[in-house]
Design a binder for this molecule. Sequence first.
Ligand SMILES: NC(=O)c1ccc[n+]([C@@H]2O[C@H](COP(=O)([O-])OP(=O)(O)OC[C@H]3O[C@@H](n4cnc5c(N)ncnc54)[C@H](OP(=O)(O)O)[C@@H]3O)[C@@H](O)[C@H]2O)c1
Length: 305
Amino acid sequence: MSDKVGTKLTVFLTGGTGFVGGHVTRRLAEHGHQLRALVRNPAAASSLTELGAELFEGDVTRDGELDKAIAGCDVVVHLVGIIRERPPGQTFENVHTRGTQRLVEAAQRADAQKFIQMSALGAKTDGTAYQRTKSEAEEIVRRSGIAYVILRPSVIVGPDGEFMRLLVRLVRGLPVIPVIGDGRYRLQPVDVTDLAEAFAQAVGRSDLKDVSFDIGGPHKLTYNRLLEIICEELGLRRRLIHVSARLVRPLVDLASNWRLPTPVSPDELTMMFEESIIPGEGNVLREVFGLEPTPFRSVLQRLAG
Ligand SMILES: NC(=O)c1ccc[n+]([C@@H]2O[C@H](COP(=O)([O-])OP(=O)(O)OC[C@H]3O[C@@H](n4cnc5c(N)ncnc54)[C@H](OP(=O)(O)O)[C@@H]3O)[C@@H](O)[C@H]2O)c1
């Protein structure tokens, strides 16, 4: 493994104020890199300045805000992504596809040496709008002519992440836990700190070039099992009530058509039933990044701690 982790690089990063972005920024700072961050609201980005990052105000859906920020950077780390649209500006097309195109063009003009792209497991041309636009963004990066690393994680978990917090809130707050469908659909939760280390290595290692990695944690867990583990760790007994997806789907579709708030969007429902797992027994966190992937239960124990 050619490890250039000791080399100090200038890294331009988007999405630094998000859940994953906070961990990636911290890890990059620990690796000694000089950081520049694109943020929509500098006043809400003090955690990044505390890590020594220079802030540039901007939005990937707008033209002409990236060149000054990227000039002189060695590596671009593109983490921006959305799971729900907020039209007219925040659409999947605008943020994932056009936003990535804009950033890649700015990186080309700045002669950046490497582009690290955050994608998602399940990104594909014939998927939901989220999956399709994530796949389009991957293609833009692959065709850019810049050396790239694309990371495609399953669900990302951490004590400060929305997914884990929501499940813990449900288990703590409800005597019975509603589960859409049979709950046997599987996920491969990956610890955000493991993923952040993978990003830092993708930035610093010259042997990682023009590659895409599917990233998952050590275990493939059904949604039912995730909830059971949370109950075990919190010392709570809860019954799971399975609600037929055939009942939920029309309600979610209707609410979405009327633009009413729902806990899951129609696309999220579709993606939930598609399994978010990596076939086979291998794990790139171990094999490529030299990490021992953290089990979901251990991440949960950090939350309890
Ligand atoms: N969380 C998961 O389980 C998961 C799984 C697979 C892949 N991913 C991918 O991982 C990435 C990060 O996810 P996350 O969970 O950390 O999301 P998050 O907490 O919602 O963070 C999203 C980040 O993107 C920024 N952003 C959104 N729209 C922007 C725009 N138009 N211009 C500039 N910045 C913008 C946000 O900035 P503000 O602070 O200004 O809102 C925030 O920093 C996304 O690409 C997501 O698709 C996530």
